[in-house]
Design a protein around this ligand. Structure first.
Ligand SMILES: Cc1cc2nc3c(=O)[nH]c(=O)nc-3n(C[C@H](O)[C@H](O)[C@H](O)COP(=O)(O)O)c2cc1C
Length: 217
């Protein structure tokens, strides 16, 4: 697959089929992603692959937290929407309205998104990316480059992905279930698998016109 095609085809998949992904394929994807650049080649990332019973345990534990009405407590803080810069708020608003228009109405969109979210997208695999707690902000940037490489490589292998805050909302559960040392923090979880042919997956989010974000001097 051409790189341009992988970049254009990648979009967030919010419902996966039950078809498992071979460990061999996951290994190849992560190995390719390791080509990402990082500050002085520090390669701050670790990847914890949750699948099968382990992933089910995480999904069940998350579900219990949701039923108990527990708020997420991710390692990277979440900022209230009103505090974001006006342009970014406008982009988020546009995304939400795009989703609603993609479905019949607000209620159907809300139901689909909620179901997708509480089931962690039914993905057969989640790749959890961590970095050491002893890291500069640059390592978060590096982890982002690594994450995008994973998603592009997965696209080239015919797989769908979604990076989510949703999957890293409860780090305590993740440390326990995945045996992740306490001196690491969770940056993002990437759900991985074969995409279901459903309406939720055919939504392609928009981008601002390039001349609004590219400034030649
Ligand atoms: C760091 C990060 C966290 C995200 N968390 C979620 C999430 O919790 N739930 C969700 O539905 N989408 C999540 N997304 C996906 C974004 O909504 C999506 O990338 C954005 O709308 C652009 O759409 P696209 O990925 O289809 O191009 C997240 C994306 C990123 C980069």
């Amino acid at each position: 697959m051409e790189l341009q095609d992988a970049i254009n085809q990648r979009h967030s998949i919010r419902q996966f089929t039950d078809k498992p992904v071979e460990k061999k394929t996951i290994t190849k994807i992560v190995e390719l992603a390791q080509r990402a650049p990082s500050w002085v080649n520090s390669q701050p990332w670790q990847v914890y692959c949750a699948m099968g019973e382990t992933l089910q345990k995480i999904k069940d534990a998350y579900h219990e937290q949701d039923i108990a009405g527990k708020q997420g407590n991710s390692d990277l803080p979440v900022m209230s929407r009103e505090d974001w810069a006006p342009q970014t708020q406008a982009n988020m608003k546009q995304w939400r309205s795009g989703i609603v228009h993609h479905f019949a109405n607000f209620d159907v969109a809300h139901e689909n998104m909620t179901n997708a979210s509480i089931t962690l997208y039914n993905s057969p695999v989640i790749l959890y990316i961590t970095i050491p707690k002893a890291s500069p902000d640059w390592s978060i940037f590096d982890a982002g480059l690594f994450a995008e490489n994973i998603m592009l490589a997965a696209t080239a292998y015919g797989l769908g992905t979604i990076p989510t805050y949703n999957s890293v909302r409860f780090p305590t559960i993740l440390h326990q279930t995945l045996g992740v040392p306490e001196d690491e923090r969770f940056i993002v979880g990437i759900s991985l698998g074969y995409q279901a042919g459903t309406t939720i997956n055919s939504y392609h989010s928009e981008r601002r016109p390039v001349d609004e974000i590219l400034h030649f001097n």
